[in-house]
Design a protein around this ligand. Sequence first.
Ligand code: PEP
Ligand code: MN
Length: 262
Amino acid sequence: ASHEMCPEGRTVTVGGEVIGGKKLCMMAGPCAVESEEQVLEAAQGVRAAGAGFLRGGAYKPRTSPYAFQGMEDEGYRLLRRAADATGLKVISEVVSHDQIDLAGKYCDMLQVGARNMQNFRLLREIGKSGIPVLLKRGIASTVEEWLDAAEYIMSEGNYNVVLCERGIRTFETATRNTLDVSAVPVVRERSSLPVLIDPSHAAGKARYVEPLALAGIAAGADGLIIEVHPNPKVAMSDAAQQLTIPDYGRLVQRAGAVAQAL
Ligand code: PEP
Ligand code: MN
């Protein structure tokens, strides 16, 4: 992941979408895939707002075993269908190494969630698969540990790794996590990998998502992954932090303006 290995800086290209280039990479969609209608409506909305990737959890790593766990394999299929209907790429999480083959059939990019950042078997198998991957920072991981997790994937020959800062756990409880904006210049200095910001899981509340997103872009992030739901009030997971489609549209405009000003 170091600059010595790639002095010009890495870009990751996923079906024509370039991550780490001049243009901001925008990924958006619901926390979880809940139904065919919900994911299609989200896809149409985020596509119209300018997103290139549709996100959505099929397998959800929930804190409580009694919470909605996701639609599993059917979720991947619904994401693919909605993305193909709207011209988006699909990104979705894999929580176990034995899901990689099936997820790879339906997704253009895999996500390693914060809770699995140090699931070394998962990292190695994604490395062997060669599938592009978004590697989220662990809830209590240092930048060094995060970059070592990227090395697990890259050492198996998969250089299509994009980092994602999604907030870390601190003593502060006003937000769900504390967005470590400083991680952006730090990983830029220490690695050649593109880095995205997930302001949704950092904020935990929809009204804080836009300011954190803009701060991330101002700090030099290559793009954003944001939770957007056609009707956040009825969302089956992370209802408080998901944006409506109109609010997402406004955020995309403002993020573009910040990037332009840099
Ligand atoms: C997600 O993006 O769906 C998610 C669960 O995020 P994180 O792993 O960052 O908590
Ligand atoms: Mn979520």
